[in-house]
Design a protein around this ligand. Structure first.
Ligand code: UD1
Length: 418
């Protein structure tokens, strides 16, 4: 298990550009198998979740070349519809390939997906949506077998605005006969990016970003070039790192419209924020103030993927903060680790009550998931003395060389591989 050694106490300062969004890139990679012409994708972060998706595409017969942060994909020779179980167990987004593999081959064979341990993550909404498109599904011995030889457009009402289910249904529906509508669709910016990409490929999708997404079945695919939107969670994480360390940081290549709630919460904590369309400068106060209440919700609510990082800030803020995690049922694993540093936290079900302490003490901690890992690093940056955070492989899933990003802003952090 790899990790980070951090010596806390240094204020972060300087300028840093945010990479392309993991959660936009993964479904876009999945969708690329729908095309049999060359696809060029820019601003693809070098993160392990993307590498695993690329590995899946290669196993299915696609050619994928990386030139810096640009990927060139040719799926014209794709020839397999069975997910390699060893890789798909590692990342949940392997399930996002279900719709696009079905779209390409009218057949798919999957295993249940893996990913971060952040609670119960069923895929019933994905499967119900596909069934509405007239996909036949058989689940047996951990395998999901799908037949989509007669996919037909349908009206699909999601019981919950699941990001992955919305994306999966969009990717299958472009290959169905007739038109489809997804009601109560998730509205995340990454879904809008997938819509843009599908339209660049030659399909016809509209409404992404609202709760009604319309998909025309069919369309002739063509060569496409796409630039992934900036990662709103990486941007928010860097701002939290600045806020935790009394820092003064300018974050560039960010769509500030996508992080307005994060900015407003940081402002509530006393940070001085100047936001333009694609840059944010944050100057942190001597001591952060508590957040009265932070509740995670589907977009445009506060993102669950920023909850852990804000949790770390609350643990050193002046006063008592309350955080409610509504999206996932087990996403407070960072709390026990922060307690090792002296944080004062009470948990009950989906609610955390955090009484800020003046100082955290350096400690040895274990990351259990991607964003929780980033939060522990942030806590280490502002703690007294040395901290060790094990589990860097979680952080590598979604941050492109996190230690280098923070090091460039003046943090004292080293990564080790065990
Ligand atoms: C995506 C993001 C993830 C983020 C999450 C919520 C990617 C690659 N990942 O994950 O970073 O934390 O959105 O913003 O984009 N659910 C069901 N049945 C389903 C599907 C989901 O009950 O079939 C539940 C989940 O258990 C969870 C909630 O819905 O409690 C949200 O999940 P969902 O929006 O699907 O998240 P993901 O697409 O997995």
């Amino acid at each position: 298990m790899g990790g980070y050694v951090i010596t806390g106490g240094r204020s972060l300062s300087g300028e840093i550009a945010v990479s392309g969004a993991k959660n936009a890139l993964l479904p876009i990679l999945a969708a690329s198998i729908l095309n049999d012409k060359e696809i060029v994708i820019h601003d693809c972060p070098d993160i392990s979740d993307a590498e695993n998706m690329i590995e899946i595409l290669r196993t299915l017969g696609c050619s994928v070349k990386r030139e810096g942060n640009t990927l060139v994909i040719d799926a014209s020779n794709a020839n397999a519809y069975t997910m390699p179980p060893n890789i798909s167990k590692k990342i949940r987004s392997s399930i996002f390939m279900l719709g696009s593999v079905l779209g390409r081959f009218k057949r798919a064979r999957f295993t249940y997906p893996g990913g971060c341990e952040i609670g119960n993550r069923p895929i019933d909404l994905h499967l119900d949506g596909l069934k509405k498109l007239n996909v036949r599904i058989k689940e047996e011995y951990g395998y999901i077998d799908c037949w989509g030889d007669d996919m037909r457009g349908a009206s699909i009402h999601l019981d919950y605005p699941s990001v992955g289910a919305t994306e999966n249904i969009m990717m299958a529906a472009v290959a169905a006969r007739g038109d489809s509508v997804i009601q109560n669709a998730a509205r995340e910016p990454e879904i809008e990016d997938l819509e843009r990409f599908l339209n660049e490929l030659g399909f016809s999708v509209s409404g992404a970003g609202t709760s009604t997404v319309c998909i025309k079945g069919g369309g002739v695919t063509r060569r496409a070039e796409h630039t992934v939107i900036p990662d709103r969670i990486v941007a928010g994480t860097l701002l939290c790192a600045a806020a935790a360390t009394r820092g003064d940081v300018l974050v560039t290549n960010v769509d500030t419209g996508h992080i307005s709630l994060t900015l407003s919460k940081l402002n509530e904590m006393g940070c001085d924020i100047s936001a333009r369309r694609d840059t944010v400068r944050l100057k942190a106060p001597e001591r952060l103030r508590r957040i009265k209440l932070l509740e995670t919700l589907p977009y445009p609510g506060f993102p669950t993927d920023m909850q852990a990082q804000m949790f770390a800030l609350c643990s050193i803020a002046d006063g008592t903060s309350v955080i409610v995690e509504n999206v996932f049922d087990n996403r407070f694993k960072h709390a026990a680790e922060l307690k090792r540093m002296g944080a004062d936290i009470t948990l009950k079900d989906r609610t955390a009550v955090i009484s800020g302490v003046e100082r955290l003490m350096g400690a040895t901690m274990f990351a259990h998931d991607l964003r929780g890992g980033a939060a522990l690093v942030i806590a280490g940056l502002c703690a007294d003395g040395r901290s060790v955070v094990y589990g860097s492989e979680y952080v590598d899933r979604g941050y492109e060389r996190f230690e280098n990003m923070l090091g460039a802003l003046g943090a004292d952090i080293d990564k080790f591989e065990a």
